[in-house]
Design a protein around this ligand. Sequence first.
Ligand code: NOJ
Ligand code: CA
Length: 713
Amino acid sequence: MIKTSIFSLLLLLVSGFTTAQSLSSPNAELEMNFSLTDSGEPTYELTYKGKPVIKQSKLGLALKDSEDLLKNFEVENSSETSFDNNWKPVWGETKDIRNHYNQLQVELIQKDTDRKLILNFRLFDEGLGFRYEFPEQQNLTYFVIEEEHSQFAMAGDHTAFWLPGDYDSQEYDYTESKLSEISSKFDTAVTGNASQEQFSNTGVQTSLMMKSSDGLYINLHEAALVDYSLMNLNLDEENLVFESWLTPDAVGNKGYIQTPAVSPWRTIMVSDDATEILASNMNLNLNEPNKLQDTSWIKPVKYIGVWWEMITGKSSWAYTDELPSVQLGKTDYSKTTPNGKHAANTEHVKEYIDFAAEHGFDAVLVEGWNEGWEDWFGKSKDYVFDFVTPYPDFDVEAIHKHAQSKGVKMMMHHETSGAIRNYERHMDTAYQFMNKYDYPAVKSGYVGDIIPRGEHHYGQWAINHFLYAVTKAADYKIMVNAHEAVRPTGLRRTYPNLIGNESARGTEFQAFGGSKPNHVTVLPFTRLIGGPMDYTPGIFEMDISKLNPDNNSHVNSTLANQLAMYVTMYSPLQMAADLPENYMRFPDAFQFIKDVALDWDESEYLEAEPGDYITVARKAKGTNNWFVGNVNGEKTRTSKIEFDFLDKGKMYIATIYADAADAHYKTNPQAYEIKKYRVNSKSRLSQQSAPGGGFAISIIEAEKSEVKDLKKL
Ligand code: NOJ
Ligand code: CA
């Protein structure tokens, strides 16, 4: 620490207040240079081990009805500081997190307008974060953002894993292509959704994962998105320069700011080792510390749900097929005939509760329990649900009592169908209802176009709603898992009751036509950079027509790959998404889902290549037990892993759940084998994974007497 501050002082003295300043990462592998152009435009560049990552790129914002904050700046002051501390997350991949960076703060003054703008650069060993700070001042109180013009000039035509930039949907498959090929592949990359709007055929979403031809892994995203619009990136394909492209509101404006204010952090992670991108805590570190006083009620949750049967079309959310439309409070459901497919009925829910109790699950999610599902989206309807009125066949009181008697919690479902104001109007009563019937967590959803009409899912207005829902839930000691909400940017550090988000293409799409088999080897490099995903793994029956003869979708994954995701897709909230009867067909494989932990003391990223494979080992909280997951892309591959993460001198039983030799995600997804070995820190494993396959391992500490009959690995 002392060393760094002397170094900082020296740096300050050397650079003085000239317009060029440089900043090094704590390990000196990254270097950032800030400078002003001749016309006073702020710029930065970034190198890693001497290689260019971001070439000189401009910074600034265009304002509506006011002079832009783009040029004519002078440096008024600058300072460099260092920061190094450790903190403990309420839940997470590791029990301790180190936050270590060097910071350069540049105070700019715009000559002609006398307005101040501060640029903050934080350089970590894993990358750079920068943000705009708008101090309170006479000449800049309120302003409207026309566009943010933060540039990211790439140093080469990298390979990218990208999703089409969109104001309303994140539920796309990844396209892998050169940057220069984005526009030509854009139309094929866009697939349908209940609400979507693209803005440019070179527009992509963050978190964007790239690989350079000389082996650098580069990731662009943002951190701490609060009271601001979400950023997409638009590429100038000729010059390979990305520029920020914010989400507009209903009248096309991109943000309303009152000073003092800050923008979210723009982040650039870089490494020549892909596992370091997965291990990085930079995104979390750029968020504010936990704001909740009492977190004792926030607990990781393993759950099952009355859900997959609706997603596959085997059952329905709706109670009846007779109603052409519904008017809450007026429609009399007791006069309608049930359609015989309504899954959220008391008897069926009790079966799920019993199954959860028998197999050690914490909670049961039930969707389609409340009135309104007969016409719930696509009608631009405001008052779709009231979140407290059950269907006639859902006895909330009896279900509550039954769950309580079995020691199982219920998980609430609030589908808002995008009618955000309607949800806010009902939020207090909805959360009180949850408290009354002991539902400690809610899965919320935002399917369809947002109301107020013209607003987008990721505009500042909706962003503020998503956070309002989380903070208000905290008042009621409720944990939130929001689907179709904005992709996370590390806010779980500040509000640890935000235990999950969907905000990407989850398992549901395997029942809507399927996802690419390597999808789950990309997500940890992209969507999961900002926070955990409610991916809902655990599908054992890949042929959806077995559940619903009218649905020919196929789950593009092997059964072993489904198990591995409980480790590779870190989340404190994990679902076992398939139907209980499918688990009972494969009880030995189901055992892994029952055993796997949700919260971790340590995580080791053993090997990784976006699009191809990821192998992770995690140590279960408060134990000496480890769980390993490997997910594999389209090509058969053999992992060679060492167990040197285990404590020296200790014995363990490793149970390996792997693809059988002839397994394949398409033709033979259920072929797996389970083997048990005696292992220690010197053990090594060579394990083959099938196309779209993987393996999962539980490694449980054991006594000598317990392992004596087991083969050594
Ligand atoms: C989309 C969500 O992702 C899914 O999980 C949910 O079942 C439906 N919306 C209905 O709310
Ligand atoms: Ca969804």
